[in-house]
Design a protein around this ligand. Structure first.
Ligand code: ZN
Ligand code: ZN
Length: 558
């Protein structure tokens, strides 16, 4: 009988399960915590005015002396975007591959954190000792170069985190997935597998990135005029294929959009992009060239309001104008929630007379996903043959489907753990069970404020956005129990003032009579005066308009 472990292994997500975005997973053994990824999420529709969302890291802050490292799987925003905010509160060493660290450094420089953050370069052969946890890595395919999966050896057993992955038999840039090593890891024994669930609902295999390259060459050849290609700035493979297709068709490439310019410069500097001499031209030069010699590589594949493509579609881009007969390729799938923005951009482009290639990659041929479909997820499960399985990186239904796939390859249902953010999966002496919760949730970032926008602020913003605001200003004399001036009523976003004089006059009368009555009854505490004004006015306005504007009484006393 093996010796019994006193400590236990605890695994939990602070972000990334039950959602797409803000990935952050923690593996704790005794007094050692290793964090995998530190991502952000873009706000939901009801998070008005919020710029980005990051995980609640209270648990890590409370246990700061135990946190040994943040290991990064790859350079996508949903894995590294939260770092500047997290590192400000928790200064721990960050480990990543070359391109990942390159992208992280750009962010840290902007946040003024580059100097104080310990950054350690790793590759697929690195071995790290992080307290009682040993970390090694394996190469995977994904829609950004230099992606790795992580193997964490703990005294309790081996935990494997796949990172985001697919299996691409013909990858661009020779970025192959190391199947041999994955099989080797599985052979040695995996206690717990955490695996990417993004495409768990999709049958079959995800197409190879190479197929997009062939399609792009074709599209560029057929185009009689300029070609605009919009894609994710981080999709370095795709950018390479746009450059290759341009070269094959004797076209030059200009790059527009801040993040695209940024990634092209970092990736080519680090050797992840092969750009022939003289291939890149400045946006100003395109008007001097024949239209069929030009490719414009742009941001805006998600229809983001301020992006380069959206501005071109609205004819407000300073340097690039879309002309009838130009071809626009949207080489991406909308992230759920962005469909209507993309749709609007496509509409505008069609109105300008452009030929637009868009829609699901399976139809348009100009996009493939970076995440493995069902058969590839099963392949990962079969390579790793884990004792326990925890699907990650997906909304609940995706985790659920991934669980079903695991059952289909022979993992017992009771060995599959679907968790919410914060749920602790605990393993001690080989036995796994869900055991309690750590604090987890959304921290909303609006401008410079981290976490100062909570439910109350959001509720107010929602109210304001729905029915507007009415401010009532009145000055009272406490001694004489009279109204000295006002009530003045100011409204925004509620009714069109010039056509609502009657309504506002009547509102003013209601405020006057409410206050006069209260004062005659010797009610003069601020709070109750305000509440009564709000109630009386709210009732009247709802009767008249069926709207509930926010009512803000400002009562001054002299
Ligand atoms: Zn990714
Ligand atoms: Zn991801």
């Amino acid at each position: 009988m093996a010796k019994k472990n006193v400590d236990k292994l605890q695994v939990f997500a602070l972000g990334g399960v039950g959602e797409i975005g803000k990935n952050m997973y923690c593996i704790q053994y005794g007094n050692d915590i290793v964090v995998v990824d530190s991502g952000l999420k873009f706000p939901e529709e009801d998070m008005l005015g919020v710029d980005i969302v990051i995980p609640d890291i209270s648990y890590l802050i409370e246990n700061r002396d135990k946190v040994r490292a943040i290991l990064l799987t790859h350079g996508h925003e949903d894995h590294i975007g939260g770092l500047p905010y997290v590192l400000r509160q928790l200064n721990v060493p960050v480990y990543g591959t070359k391109l990942t660290l390159g992208l992280v450094e750009g962010k840290l420089k902007e946040a003024g954190l580059l100097g104080e953050t310990k950054r350690i370069l790793i590759d697929a052969n690195s071995e790290l000792s992080l307290g009682s946890i040993k970390a090694t890595f394996f190469r995977t395919n994904h829609s950004i170069p230099d992606s790795v999966g992580i193997v964490l050896e703990t005294p309790e057993g081996v935990v494997v985190h796949t990172g985001d992955f697919k299996f691409d038999q013909t990858p661009v840039n020779g970025q192959y997935a190391d199947l041999h090593q994955m099989a080797e890891i599985g052979k040695k024994g995996v206690l717990l597998l955490l695996s990417d669930s993004t495409n768990a609902e999709r049958p079959g295999y995800t197409g190879s990135e190479k197929s997009v390259g062939a399609e792009l060459v074709d599209v560029f050849r057929r185009a009689k005029q300029r070609v605009v290609v919009a894609t994710f700035a981080s999709n370095v493979h795709r950018i390479q294929q746009v450059i290759d297709a341009a070269e094959a068709n004797h076209r030059k490439v200009t790059v527009v959009g801040r993040s695209m310019v940024n990634v092209v410069s970092i990736a080519s500097e680090l050797g992840y992009l092969r750009i022939p001499e003289g291939m890149l031209i400045e946006p100003e030069e395109i008007n001097k060239m024949a239209a069929d010699r030009v490719v414009i590589l742009s941001t805006g594949s998600q229809g983001e309001p301020m992006s380069a493509l959206t501005r071109m579609a609205r004819n407000t881009h300073r340097k690039v104008e879309i002309l009838p007969g130009d071809t626009v390729v949207i080489s991406a799938t909308p992230i759920p929630g962005n469909e209507k923005y993309v749709g609007r951009t496509v509409d505008e482009l069609f109105r300008l007379g452009a030929h637009v290639i868009y829609g699901p990659g399976s139809v348009s041929g100009v996009h493939v996903s970076g995440h493995g479909s069902q058969e590839e997820l099963k392949l990962m499960l079969n390579l790793m043959r884990p004792r326990y399985f925890m699907p990650i990186h997906g909304e609940y239904r995706m985790l659920r489907q991934h669980g079903k796939l695991a059952e289909s390859v022979g993992i017992e249902p009771e060995d599959i753990f679907l968790t919410d953010n914060g749920d602790i999966l605990e393993v001690q002496n080989g036995v796994a069970r869900k055991s309690g919760k750590v604090q987890a949730g959304n921290i909303l970032i609006d401008g410079l404020g981290i976490g100062d926008v909570g439910n109350i602020v959001l509720r107010d913003r929602k109210l304001l956005s729905q029915d507007g605001i009415l401010v009532v200003v009145v000055t009272l004399s406490k001694q004489e129990k009279t109204i000295l001036s006002g009530p003045d009523i100011i409204s925004r976003g509620f009714v069109y003032v010039r056509e609502s004089e009657g309504l506002l006059d009547e509102s003013s009368r209601i405020v006057t009579s409410t206050l006069t009555k209260l004062m005659s009854e010797n009610v003069n505490e601020w709070a109750s005066l305000k509440t009564h004004v709000k109630e009386a006015l709210g009732r009247f306005l709802y009767e008249q308009t069926r709207r509930r504007p926010m009512i803000l009484p400002i009562i001054m006393e002299v």
